[in-house]
Structure formats: structure tokens, C-alpha cells
Design a protein around this ligand. Structure first.
Ligand code: 2YJ
Length: 269
């Protein structure tokens, strides 16, 4: 699983307003709207303001990522939550969060990023929330996914979860991963509901709706893109070449944290 690095998240607090505006221009709804659409709720900023979220910096494994807790706190504050970052880290941070009456806890180590609801015994994993969020952006970008063909590139935790949500939306799903084993696992799970793609380069020319969930760069080249191509790209770093990026224009949704964190917040309520 890709570990985020500081330079991917450090600007999030300063750019969240512009991010939200761009998202509205592309999808017709802002970050809170998209999160609500994704999980079928209608939370307003005023409702979220009643909920206190603690973000706990976690030092285990490879340690803190500069700006990570700040970025998570800012995304949640932006959509309406009251947020604070605990002064203590790790277990002492959890202790502090309880003492300061947090309703929700957010914390991530090298493998897992979780939101916990302290009163309802609910928990939300970032992989699932991110997969749901990106499937719903693709649905918004293309006016629904029923009977549409979607290609999922990369069958890590987010790509595999995306397959599940795409099938729920009624899409016809093609899947590709460099590792044949991951393709077999998906085939075993979803049988005839998924098509295994052997040649990703030629599939990319056939499919116009794409979930790019690989940890690789340069997976999508400019000649795969036309005016009808829509790409939802949760993969970090972004898989498009420079030319592909120019060509796809506003038919691309990609961010390192914002959509997944917003959906985690609402789903944890
Ligand atoms: O608290 C901190 O600053 C760090 N412990 C944050 C670690 C963030 N973790 C990652 O980036 C991992 N790749 C897990 C993220 C799961 C994304 N689906």
C-alpha cells in the first residue's frame, strides 16, 4: 500500500477552498455534497458542527507524516466538523481525545487509516470510504453507471473495493492488475460479474470510464483519452502522463485525501 508523503498533503489546508470550488465545477456538488451523495445522507454543516473530531498523530512504524494530521483536521473542519489534533500521540493521544470528549477519532498507521465513533461502536476504514467516494464521482461525471463499462486498473485495497461498489451500481466491470494472482482473487469473488483484462494498453483504448487505483505513474497515456473519457483516480501518485493530464482536462478526479476523509467523517456518524 502506498504511504503518503508530506509533500502530497502539506498544501491541503491552504488549497481546500479552491479544491472545493473545482470539485463543484466538475461534479455539480462540493465536497460535503459528494460525501452525502456517496452514502445517501443529507448532513448540513450545522449538523456536523455539533460533532467533535479528534485527530491523533500516530508515531509507530515509519512515524509521522508532516502535515498529515493537519490536512485531515482541515478537511473535516471545512465540511463542518469541530476538530482538534491531540497534543499527545498514540495511546496517550487516544486518552486525551476521550478526556476532551471527542465524538469521533481519526488515526492512521502505515497500513490502516480509521475513523472510530466512540458512542456508536462504528468504525470506517479509509480504503472502503475512498473506493465508495471515487465510484460515486465517476457516477456523477457520467450521469450514472448502470450498464456502463468501467475499467479498474490496480487491484489493491481501493481498486478491489471499487469493483464491489461498481457492481452494486450496475456497471459492467473490467479489471486489470500486473499481478495475475490479484486478478484470480477478484474473479473467484465476482465470477461472471467481472472481466479479466489481459492487455491493459488496448483495454484503455476501449473503455471510457476508468478507475485508476495503481501506485504507479505513467499508466495512462494521452492516446487512450478522448472527449468521452472520464477518470476517477484514487491512486497515489497520479498515473497519468503529463500529456494525458493535459488531454483529460476536467474529466479527471484525483486527490490524496480529501474525498476519502470526507466520506469517512459522514459514514462514522
Ligand atoms: O499520524 C501520522 O502522521 C502517520 N502515522 C500517518 C500515516 C498515514 N498512513 C498512510 O499513508 C498509509 N498508507 C495508510 C493509508 C491508508 C489509505 N487508504
Amino acid at each position: 500500500m502506498t504511504r503518503l508523503v508530506s509533500k502530497q498533503v502539506i498544501d491541503i489546508p491552504d488549497t481546500i477552498v479552491a479544491y472545493d470550488r473545482q470539485l463543484s465545477e466538475k461534479l455539480g456538488c462540493n465536497l460535503l455534497g459528494l460525501a452525502n451523495y456517496t452514502i445517501g445522507t443529507n448532513y448540513t454543516e450545522e449538523m456536523l458542527r455539533q460533532k467533535k473530531v479528534a485527530i491523533i498523530p500516530i508515531t509507530t512504524g515509519q512515524g509521522l507524516i508532516g502535515g498529515f494530521s493537519e490536512a485531515v483536521a482541515e478537511i473535516l473542519k471545512f465540511i463542518g466538523f469541530e476538530t482538534f489534533i491531540t497534543e499527545q500521540t498514540d495511546l496517550s493521544g487516544i486518552d486525551e481525545a476521550y478526556r476532551r470528549n471527542a465524538d469521533l477519532l481519526f488515526m492512521a498507521d502505515d497500513n490502516t487509516f480509521l475513523a472510530l465513533n466512540l458512542t456508536k461502536r462504528k468504525w470506517v476504514n479509509n480504503d472502503q470510504a475512498t473506493a465508495k467516494a471515487y465510484v460515486s464521482t465517476l457516477s456523477k461525471l457520467s450521469n450514472g453507471l448502470k450498464d456502463k463499462s468501467v475499467l479498474v486498473l490496480g487491484l489493491g485495497p481501493i481498486g478491489s473495493e471499487s469493483v464491489k461498489y461498481l457492481i452494486k451500481e450496475g456497471a459492467t466491470v473490467g479489471v486489470y492488475d500486473l499481478e495475475a494472482e490479484k486478478m484470480e482473487v477478484i474473479k473467484e469473488k465476482y465470477k461472471s460479474q467481472v472481466k479479466l483484462i489481459e492487455d491493459s494498453a488496448s483495454a484503455l483504448k476501449d473503455y471510457q470510464l476508468i478507475i485508476e487505483a495503481t501506485p504507479a505513474s505513467d499508466t495512462i497515456l494521452a492516446d487512450c483519452i478522448d472527449a468521452q473519457t472520464f477518470i476517477a483516480a484514487p491512486g497515489v501518485p497520479l498515473g497519468l502522463t503529463r500529456e494525458a493530464l493535459d488531454k483529460v482536462g476536467s474529466n479527471l478526479i484525483h486527490d490524496p485525501l480529501q474525498l476519502g476523509v470526507a466520506v469517512m467523517g459522514l459514514e462514522a456518524l
